[in-house]
Design a protein around this ligand. Sequence first.
Ligand code: NAD
Ligand code: IPM
Ligand code: MN
Length: 347
Amino acid sequence: MKIAVFAGDGIGPEVTGEAVRVLEALGLPGLALTYGDVGGAAWRRHGHPLPEETLAMARASDAILFGAVGDFACDHLERHLRPEQAILGLRKQLGLFANLRPAKMFAGMEDASALRPEISGAIDLLIIRELNGDVYFGEKGVRTLDDGRRQGWDLMSYAEDEVRRIAHVGFRAAMGRRKMLCSVDKANVLETSQLWRDVVIEVAAEYPEVTLSHMYVDNAAMQLVRNPGQFDVIVTGNLFGDILSDQASMCVGSIGLLASAALAEGSMGLYEPIHGSAPDIAGKGLANPMAAILSAAMMLRHSFDLEAPAARIEAAVAEVLRAGIRGADLGGSHGCRAIGDAVLARL
Ligand code: NAD
Ligand code: IPM
Ligand code: MN
């Protein structure tokens, strides 16, 4: 079990540290952790957010545990040197195209949701976000028009094979759950989305048991807070999935609770909280490490087929929450380390 740990910037090292403590506490045979630099931290030490040696370490590993990247002090840099390029580069270079972002209400946490308890209690959904395409990876630039005005532009596109492979991930996931798949797009305006919808419908023929629906992204944002219980699996593009998953986190209670898996074809995966480096609370010990800890659980499940220890971690986190041990993000007073301690105690 060769795991590359890339903690990154801001709260990345704090929350990843707790996830590593949890992994080590499980006493898994063959666990071997290596540590690499990413993001602003890597730029400072190596002059690049995703140094060659980090990429080589990633390629030589079975899975990656990722913290967060992002550092406002780097926002003036040319785009290819910005911290965010580390995570975008890893996703692209390793073919990590399928992003699983589950959002499920924890028992006893209904009151922590931004939604009313009778609405939040029903949340059990999985956002499947395409991670290698869309406007994220199209050509982009800033040009000066003939009349002297500056114009920023980013090309949005999806090729049919890119849509097809993520649609299959969506349908397969739905088959293992409540057999409902909602494809989210903006086909009423965007050609990229119309092709997306056409291809998803083609793929649906292979999954007759799955009930497929389509929803425009603006409506999906609304339905997610009106009645999130209606969703089982959502499949969507890179940009829409980014936005909807942050929104889903507050339906559950906090962005500090949502984990994710970025999967390639095969068993390779990168596991990270959906949140960022949270510069506003970095270094203060205030970050909730649960999303990072739950990401480690997803790693055991998806890259190593270790369902039992993954479920053990998830049960420990749920118990900690049930015991009322909460970080500041959930209105509590427990710090990052204390939450990690509490999870370890339950394990
Ligand atoms: P963010 O997710 O870092 O923070 C948003 C808000 O949520 C902040 O108020 C923060 O304090 C809070 N928050 C986030 N995680 C938390 C946790 N575990 N516990 C408690 N509170 C938490 O988003 P942002 O502020 O928009 O971005 C900050 C930086 O992070 C930017 O540079 C951005 O590009 C980067 N970012 C990186 C990733 C990633 O590495 N995958 C993801 C998102 C954002
Ligand atoms: C995420 C982040 C990243 C994204 C940024 C940091 C590039 O917001 O992982 O959700 O947009 O994918
Ligand atoms: Mn995001």
